[in-house]
Each structure stands twice: as structure tokens, then as C-alpha cells.
Design a protein. Structure first.
Length: 220
């Protein structure tokens, strides 16, 4: 696969969203269930807000999803506890292979294109020490809607100064991969969970199980 630049999704692709499980242990005996529901509602709320034309940034969406998840699971969470859980999103752990793979990709312009709010992304990148590998960190805040809106994917070519046909888009979220493919990108699906392909009529150009596979697909 030959590309002149790469756009990476952030959450679930570079950063492990379920590293919030550790923070969840303070409020529940089943932090995995909290993390799973929290993530599901977070995504659902981005799609609903996009359809309704009622944008709020990803920090607000993430907090609303947390409040719902706690209520649905019957958890009594104080304001301070909720704040600690939210802070966990500012220091998500990168998947272990992410820093070395990004180092191997030096010479290929790389950027993040994410639903995340600018403050969230800046904090996560700084915490993981990934800044030196990235040309840009691009947030949907610029267009005030969420993936898989074509307006979001158009931000990548604009920021990197490269045509979309020469850019690779990398995500662990199949719906995100399909959204980018529909917009004309070469796409790599990092299928960490070995999930079935979404029935949306489009397929990735390459499917791998982690970022090591991305580097190999690019001959790095």
C-alpha cells in the first residue's frame, strides 16, 4: 500500500479507551461494564447530535454518556468521583505498539483526525509522548459535527496539504473506516477485536490486528 500521508483515529486506535477501567474501580465492582456502556453511549450521542444538528464538543458528550451509564448501572457517583473519571480521558494509555510504530513511520506525514475536543486530544498526546511523531492533531470541533460526516474527513487533506487519494486513513472503528472509504481515502482497519465487517457496502483496503500491521502494510 503506497500513501503519502496517514490520518489516524485517536480513541480505540492509538489510545485505549478502556484504560479508564482503573479509575472506574473506585465507584464499582464491575468497572469493565461501566467502561463498555460509557463508550457505547459516547459514540451513540455523537451520531444522534450530528443527526439532530445539536453539536456539543466531545468532552460534553463524554460526560453526558458517563452520567447515563452510571444511572443505568445504578451507581451513586459524587461530583468529585465523576470528575476523576472524566480526568481519566485526559491520560488514556496508548496501545503498547503505538510509539514504536509511529517512530518507524518517520518520513510519512502523520496526523490525528478525531472526534475528540482539542483539549482532550492535546492532553492525551502529551501524556503518551506522541507529539514528536505528528504533523497535526485535528479535531472535529473545526466543523462542529462528528464522524462519519464527510465534512470531518475533508479536514485531513486540508490540514496536511495532500489529496485524499494519496492519504491512508487508519481506524479501529469499522464504521469510521467505512466513512473514510466513502469519502475516497485508502483505508486500513485495525481490527483489534477481530470483529465482523459492518454491512454498509464498503470494505477496507487493508485489515490488520494492530498498528504493527499498519507499518508492515506500508513496508516499514
Amino acid at each position: 500500500m503506497e500513501v503519502k500521508g496517514l490520518l489516524f483515529d485517536a480513541y480505540g486506535t492509538l489510545f485505549d479507551v478502556h484504560s479508564v477501567v482503573e479509575a472506574g474501580r473506585r465507584v464499582t465492582n464491575d468497572p469493565e461494564a461501566l467502561s463498555t456502556l460509557w463508550r457505547a453511549k459516547q459514540l451513540e450521542y455523537t451520531w444522534l447530535r450530528s443527526l439532530m444538528g445539536r453539536y456539543e464538543d466531545f468532552w460534553s458528550v463524554t460526560e453526558a454518556a458517563l452520567v447515563f451509564a452510571c444511572r443505568r448501572l445504578g451507581l451513586r457517583v459524587s461530583d468529585a468521583e465523576r470528575a476523576r473519571l472524566m480526568e481519566a480521558y485526559l491520560s488514556l494509555q496508548p496501545f503498547p505498539e503505538v510509539p514504536p510504530v509511529l517512530a518507524r513511520l518517520r518520513g510519512v506525514p502523520c496526523a490525528i483526525l478525531s472526534n475528540g475536543a482539542p483539549r482532550m486530544l492535546e492532553a492525551a498526546v502529551r501524556h503518551a509522548g506522541l507529539g514528536e511523531y505528528l504533523e497535526a492533531v485535528i479535531s472535529v470541533d473545526a466543523v462542529r459535527t462528528f464522524k462519519p460526516s464527510p465534512e470531518v474527513y475533508a479536514l485531513g487533506p486540508s490540514q496536511l496539504g495532500l489529496p485524499k487519494e494519496s492519504l491512508g486513513f487508519v481506524s479501529s472503528n469499522c464504521w469510521d473506516v467505512v466513512g473514510a472509504k466513502a469519502c475516497g481515502f485508502r483505508v486500513i482497519w485495525v481490527n483489534r477485536g477481530r470483529a465482523p465487517l459492518e454491512e454498509l457496502g464498503l470494505t477496507p483496503d487493508v485489515e490488520v490486528t494492530d498498528l504493527e500491521g499498519v507499518a508492515r502494510a506500508l513496508g516499514r
